[in-house]
Write a protein that binds this ligand. Structure first.
Ligand SMILES: NC(=O)c1ccc[n+]([C@@H]2O[C@H](COP(=O)([O-])OP(=O)(O)OC[C@H]3O[C@@H](n4cnc5c(N)ncnc54)[C@H](O)[C@@H]3O)[C@@H](O)[C@H]2O)c1
Length: 276
């Protein structure tokens, strides 16, 4: 990939070793970027320690980046909090002098429930993390990018759920559709600053979040996990669910100079499962 060496890349929600965020950063580190690992760091209401990247995990991901030869720091950030987001970008600029690539990856996708039973708190936490978090991080990152005048890349990790509905995931689906709207609006406004803004829309990937969805949906449909996964494989033209590396490759491409004329897109990375 052209143009990634030396760039400073930050990915939110990247503190879990088996998550998409860590895979994205591994790929960007291998392409020569300087790496900022960021995640919530500590559990919170509706966000258990089993489901979030805690400080030790974040530090382990940053250490992995250093072992791959990349400069790397880990910075905790709750993307719902403007002061926390402000602090994240101040820390990045203080340490590396610039921010070139923002990946909005923090997300909650495991609060599944029939629509009539969704509480207002559950609705809000999903919208706050998945959509408001991307809004806040984009505002702060773009502020630094515009001031530096060197252009930039903003990449939003949306989902197949940004284009199609799924039962028992109304808040998630609404937040991911919203993320594509945010992508398109930002692409228009930031074009004059040579900042491209794109979304990546993966289908199922068996991360921590993905495994919880499989467990829930197989029970909902009265299938064993293997029956559920087998049906999934059959409906995907390329015959398998996504891997974290598939999403990471798409992100690296969109972050590279090769994608300099691409903005406002929502790229499916779904083995052909999603086609619009
Ligand atoms: N796994 C899939 O099948 C799949 C498919 C499409 C899209 N996605 C999207 O990819 C992204 C990563 O998901 P994943 O599958 O790697 O799951 P994951 O649970 O490993 O990653 C989500 C991360 O978001 C972090 N997070 C949660 N609340 C946060 C907050 N308030 N502030 C900062 N970080 C916070 C978590 O700590 C976690 O590290 C999500 O946006 C998800 O919606 C996942």
């Amino acid at each position: 990939m052209q143009g990634l060496a030396g760039k400073v890349a930050v990915c939110t929600g990247s503190g879990r070793d088996n998550g998409l965020g860590a895979a994205i950063l591994r790929r960007l580190a291998d392409e020569g970027c300087r790496i900022v690992v960021s995640d919530l760091g500590a559990p919170d209401k509706l966000l258990d320690s089993d489901d979030i990247g805690v400080t030790d995990e974040m530090e382990a991901v940053a250490e992995d980046m250093r072992k791959r030869g990349a400069e790397s720091i880990a910075v905790p950030c709750d993307v719902r909090s403007e002061s926390s987001v402000h602090q994240l970008f101040d820390t990045i600029v203080e340490k590396f002098g610039q921010v070139d690539i923002l990946v909005n990856n923090a997300g909650i996708g495991y609060l599944m429930r029939g629509f009539q039973d969704v509480s207002l708190d559950e609705w809000k936490v999903v919208l706050d993390v998945n959509l408001t978090g991307a809004f806040l991080c984009t505002q702060h990152a773009a502020g630094h990018m515009i001031k530096a005048g060197n252009g930039g890349r903003i990449i939003n990790i949306a989902s197949q759920a940004a284009k199609s509905g799924f039962p028992h995931l109304a808040a998630y689906v609404a937040s991911k559709h919203g993320m594509v709207g945010l992508t398109r609006s930002n692409a228009i406004e930031f074009g004059e600053h040579n900042i491209t803004v794109n979304a990546v829309c993966p289908n199922h990937v068996t991360t921590g979040l993905g495994a919880k969805q499989n467990e829930y949906y197989s029970k909902l449909r009265g299938q064993t996990l293997e029956e559920f996964m087998s049906a999934m494989r059959k409906r995907i033209p390329l015959g398998r669910p996504g891997l974290p590396e598939d999403t990471a490759a798409a992100v690296a491409y969109l972050a590279s100079d090769d994608a300099r004329y691409i903005t406002g897109e929502a790229l499916n990375v779904s083995g052909g499962e999603e086609m619009h």
